[in-house]
Design a protein around this ligand. Structure first.
Ligand SMILES: C[S@@+](CC[C@H](N)C(=O)[O-])C[C@H]1O[C@@H](n2cnc3c(N)ncnc32)[C@H](O)[C@@H]1O
Length: 198
């Protein structure tokens, strides 16, 4: 009887842990979008198109398998931060960073990008669901510094005018002048209108 009871409790615990693990892995698909990798040919254009400079920080919001994080850290002298909610993907990125000798230049933060402070970012990259992009837009306007760039793949930001565009890669630049930034409640379109665009 006691053994049977222990068996039930043990089995129940295993099921609970399994369900919790599954929920952690599936949750990002509902939060910001399911995993779908950006093609490497697009990622290779990112450093150039965003004019990422040595010492700047690039954040990949929803870092997936870490391809953006590892490529950009290897191809530039910038600091790269991958933000990933899925614990398995975050562990994979961490191990890729270590195996490629990119410690110190690249890191992964296991968190939701909706909760993360983006004020440190000079460049943000995002390939997410349209709903997430819509939710992130006011956060970008509030937190990103003047001159920061936002690059998105396949997801133009509604109301913003691209500074650059190459195929499905859109790059936006926050205005240099803080006075051009909208206050809460003003239309978002003004936030990205960069008169200094080439
Ligand atoms: C379309 S994939 C993009 C992956 C990678 N950035 C790339 O371009 O190859 C979106 C990623 O965002 C992650 N994600 C979804 N919601 C998230 C959230 N709220 N916070 C952090 N990561 C999230 C998913 O787990 C997935 O790996």
């Amino acid at each position: 009887m006691t053994m049977a009871w222990l068996g039930w409790v043990g089995g129940g615990l295993i099921v609970l842990v399994g369900l919790a693990g599954l929920a952690a892995v599936v949750a990002p698909a509902f939060s910001g979008g399911a995993w779908s990798p950006t093609p490497m040919r697009v990622i290779r254009r990112l450093v150039h198109l965003t004019e990422l400079r040595p010492g700047e920080a690039l954040f990949d919001l929803g870092a997936g398998d870490g391809r953006v994080v590892c490529y950009v850290a290897g191809a530039s002298e910038a600091r790269v931060v991958g933000v990933e909610l899925d614990p398995l993907k975050a562990a994979l990125i961490s191990s890729r960073i270590r195996r490629r000798g990119l410690d110190g230049r690249a890191e992964v933060v296991r968190a939701s990008f909706f909760e993360l402070d983006l004020r440190e970012a000079d460049v943000v990259f995002a390939y997410l669901s349209p709903a997430s992009m819509e939710r992130l837009r006011p956060k970008f306007e509030q937190e990103l510094r003047s001159g920061a760039r936002v690059a998105t793949y396949r997801r133009p930001i509604s109301g913003w005018t691209p500074w650059r565009r190459e195929g499905e890669l859109y790059v936006y630049r926050l205005p240099d002048s803080l006075s051009q930034r909208p206050q809460a409640g003003e239309p978002a379109a003004q936030a990205s209108a960069d008169s200094a665009a080439p």
